[in-house]
Ligand binder design. Structure first.
Ligand code: IPM
Ligand code: MN
Length: 350
């Protein structure tokens, strides 16, 4: 019996969460496993009504779950940063979800903006460090609002944090068993302290993985290769900030935000799954948003729970629907189907 926490969140979050859990439920029925869900109403509405962002009691409950599913966080009437830092980043940090796993996979039948590239070229995974770097929230202001202002934001890299991320990436590359190549993406030519540590740890941990080919690219060049020769990548490991940036690029080359899914993992305990897209407030309640990214995240959740066959079935069902060409355009309001209908088709496809 799995215990799953749901944070449907803001905007279109609840709509896509419903479809994701519909498919999850169909997969559970098929595989014959049991689960129960607990829903948490955190997000912009609750904050505006009560001033609460993420109550301590909710955080405590989340720690005891098998997995968490998050729809989307972000509200047009709430100042940027409050919900992102107070909910999303807080859960990542407090639950020590130190890996952000973001597959970049172009399904057959999905258009990519990359000329002359197809599904065989765009199929790699980005392992983003998820609890340190520029996201650590260390810094401050001096003389704020004056011409003498100093603003400092520190980039935190600990040996432990870098080591566990890189080790996970090597293990993941080995398990994936595709090209058996792990690429370290950094900026050693400028961040000569922080990313010197990444380089040294990459070499050190790499000794335990003699069968994995090691590559290195600077982050600016990585964006170039992702566009020019995405087929060169198998698994990329990178720091929090660079991972944030290059995964949006990754989402675009795999067909857009309607497709891209992710998992925030602590391989030893709980994990949280979410589509990469935001809360798209304009589309709230319209039943027009594409739920495929959200359903893909539910598929990743199945994998994390040890239901590999169900995860593969969800991926196959998504892939079949996309390959069928039924969905003309992956953008919200242009699919030719409602959010609910797309969810139904993927659930039935199982
Ligand atoms: C993401 C998002 C978040 C991040 C924001 C909403 C804080 O962009 O998950 O990539 O920067 O990590
Ligand atoms: Mn991002």
């Amino acid at each position: 019996m799995y215990k799953i926490g749901l944070i449907p969140g803001d905007g279109i979050g609840p709509e896509v969460t419903r479809e994701a859990m519909k498919v999850f439920g169909a997969a559970a029925a098929q595989a014959g496993f049991q689960y129960e869900t607990v829903e948490y109403d955190v997000g912009g509405e609750r904050y505006l009504a009560t001033g609460e962002v993420l109550p301590e009691s909710v955080l405590e409950e989340l720690r005891g779950l098998d997995a968490i599913y998050l729809g989307a966080i972000g509200h047009p009437d709430v100042q940027p940063g409050i919900l992102e830092k107070g909910i999303l980043l807080k859960v990542r940090f407090e639950l020590d979800l130190y890996i952000n796993l973001r597959p970049v996979k172009l399904y057959p039948g999905v258009p990519t903006p990359l000329k002359d590239k197809g599904p065989e070229d765009i199929d790699f995974v980005i392992v983003r460090e998820n609890t340190e770097g520029l996201y650590a929230g260390i810094g401050g202001f001096l003389k704020r609002g004056t011409r003498d202002e100093v603003a400092i934001q520190e980039m935190i890299n600990t040996y432990k944090g870098v080591e566990r991320c890189i080790r996970y990436a090597f293990e993941f590359t080995q398990k994936r068993n595709k090209e058996n190549t792990l690429t370290l993406c950094d900026k050693t030519n400028v961040l000569t302290f922080a990313h010197d540590l990444w380089q040294r740890v990459f070499r050190e941990v790499g000794e335990d993985f003699p069968d994995i080919k090691k590559e290195h690219t600077l982050v600016d060049a990585t964006t170039m290769w992702m566009v020019k020769n995405p087929e060169w990548f198998d698994v990329i490991v990178t720091c929090n900030m660079f991972g944030d940036i290059i995964t949006d690029l990754g989402a675009m080359i795999q067909g857009g935000m309607g497709i891209a899914a992710s998992g925030n993992l602590n391989p030893e305990s709980v994990a949280m799954f979410e589509p990469i897209h935001g809360s798209a407030p304009r589309y709230t309640g319209k039943n027009q948003i594409n739920p495929i990214a959200a359903i893909g995240a539910a598929g990743m959740m199945l994998e994390h729970l040890g239901q590999a066959e169900s995860a593969a079935a969800v991926e196959k069902s998504i892939s079949n629907l996309l390959a069928s060409g039924k969905i003309q355009d992956l953008g919200a309001g242009r699919m030719g189907y409602t959010t609910e209908q797309v969810g139904d088709m993927i659930a039935e496809g199982l």
